[in-house]
Design a protein around this ligand. Structure first.
Ligand code: NAD
Length: 363
């Protein structure tokens, strides 16, 4: 039976890029059935809520969700609880997507776009695994209260053993399929909750003896990421540290328009989306880079749809297109007069990826 993919184009460049990404996916001729649903601003306009019940139900019934992006100035004045981004949070919660995977891969032809020296990042390939549904962002009690000494703000940093163990297992399994090394990041010298984190990750390691495990304090991990990023293979960490470190790792690769992500639950079902938002400043102009969403689709093929060879084919096609010199505006170096580079729009970039797929098949 065909695997079911729920496609959520969303708003801004999300809705603009998605039809092109679907063209690319269809060109792979895989046994997939695509269904579309609304989420975000478009869902507020059409259904009065950022996450209609039908969309969540369709997501639950699917094997994977492919999301464009949500949000935009039109909905910025709504109260926090009614804004487009609420749809994202609802989807994470509704599908129990606790594992966030953020690869930082640098295609050799884009090494110049990194904020670090090209030799430090050439062929960089790290994967940050962030716990997404627990930790200090969700811990109770939380709030701001007024006491005798003035106002007092507080949050609770809490992890249950089972939450740590399940994200550790995801990370160990990914490390087994990659370079065989896992670095767990904590602040065990100061925070008891992360002492427990370190203990549990170490205990889970007993089941993955083939993976080399190391531990780093988060401050050192941040330093190492910008000093010598290629030392890392897979990094696992909690929600808040992962939020920060995954953005640091993202900058190593240069462009927001190139970064995919995945969020998985315990059944391997996932939501796949570019790291970037709906980019209202460029939406509708055929200039958005579709590669982050195309690479998110490749992650979907690999992690939720058991189509790893197709994922590799797709990533290979992206590499071919970049090596041939095609660039959307965001990955074209400012003031470049390099005649080997050619500026293209969203549609032409997707066309080129499809053409490169055909080449890959016939070669
Ligand atoms: P953004 O990622 O949308 O844009 C930041 C900058 O990067 C902009 O200048 C934009 O033009 C550029 N950019 C982003 N993606 C690009 C691409 N594929 N190709 C070329 N250039 C690209 O972030 P923002 O401007 O802070 O947010 C805009 C809206 O998106 C807001 O409503 C925000 O809440 C929402 N948002 C949604 C998500 C999501 O859906 N997951 C994530 C982040 C932001």
């Amino acid at each position: 039976m065909d695997k079911r993919v729920l496609v959520i184009p969303g708003d801004g460049i999300g809705a603009e890029v998605m039809p092109h990404v679907l063209r690319v996916l269809r060109a792979l001729q895989l046994p997939l059935a695509f269904e579309e649903a609304d989420m975000g601003g478009v869902a507020i306009d059409r259904h009065g809520t950022p996450l209609p019940a039908d969309t969540l139900a369709a997501a639950r019934d699917s094997d994977a969700v492919l999301l464009g992006a949500v949000g935009g100035p039109k909905w910025d004045d709504l109260p926090m609880t009614e804004r487009p981004e609420k749809g994202l949070l609802g989807m994470r919660e509704g599908l129990d997507l606790f594992a966030n995977l953020r690869p930082a891969t640098l295609f050799a032809s884009l090494a110049g776009a990194s904020s670090l020296k090209a030799e430090l990042v050439a062929d960089l390939d790290i994967l940050i695994v962030r716990e997404l549904t627990g930790g200090i962002y969700f811990g109770e009690p939380r709030g701001v209260e007024v006491g005798n000494g003035g106002r007092r703000g507080f949050n609770t940093y809490v992890y249950e053993e089972r939450e740590i163990a399940r994200i550790a297992r995801v990370a160990f399994e990914l490390a087994q399929k990659r370079g065989g090394r896992l670095c767990s990041v904590d602040k065990a010298n100061v925070l008891e909750v992360t002492q427990l984190w370190r203990e549990v990750v170490t205990e889970v390691h007993a089941d993955y003896a083939d993976v080399e495990l190391s531990h780093l304090y988060v401050d050192n991990a941040a330093m190492q990421l910008v000093r010598a990023p290629k030392q890392f293979d897979v990094v696992v960490t909690g929600n808040m540290f992962g939020d920060i470190l995954s953005d640091v790792a993202a900058m190593l690769t240069g462009s927001l328009g190139m970064l995919p992500s995945a969020s998985l639950n315990a059944d391997g079902q996932g939501m796949f989306e570019p790291v970037h938002g709906s980019a209202p400043d460029i939406a509708g102009q055929n200039v958005a880079n579709p590669l982050a969403t195309i690479l998110s689709a490749a992650m979907m093929l690999r992690y939720s749809l058991e189509e790893a060879p197709a994922a590799e084919r797709l990533e290979g096609a992206v590499q071919t297109v970049l090596a041939s010199g095609l660039r959307t505006a965001d990955i074209l170096p400012a003031g470049a007069d390099d005649s080997s580079l050619r500026r293209v729009g969203t549609d032409e970039m997707a066309d080129a990826v499809i053409a490169a797929l055909d080449l890959a098949e016939t070669s």
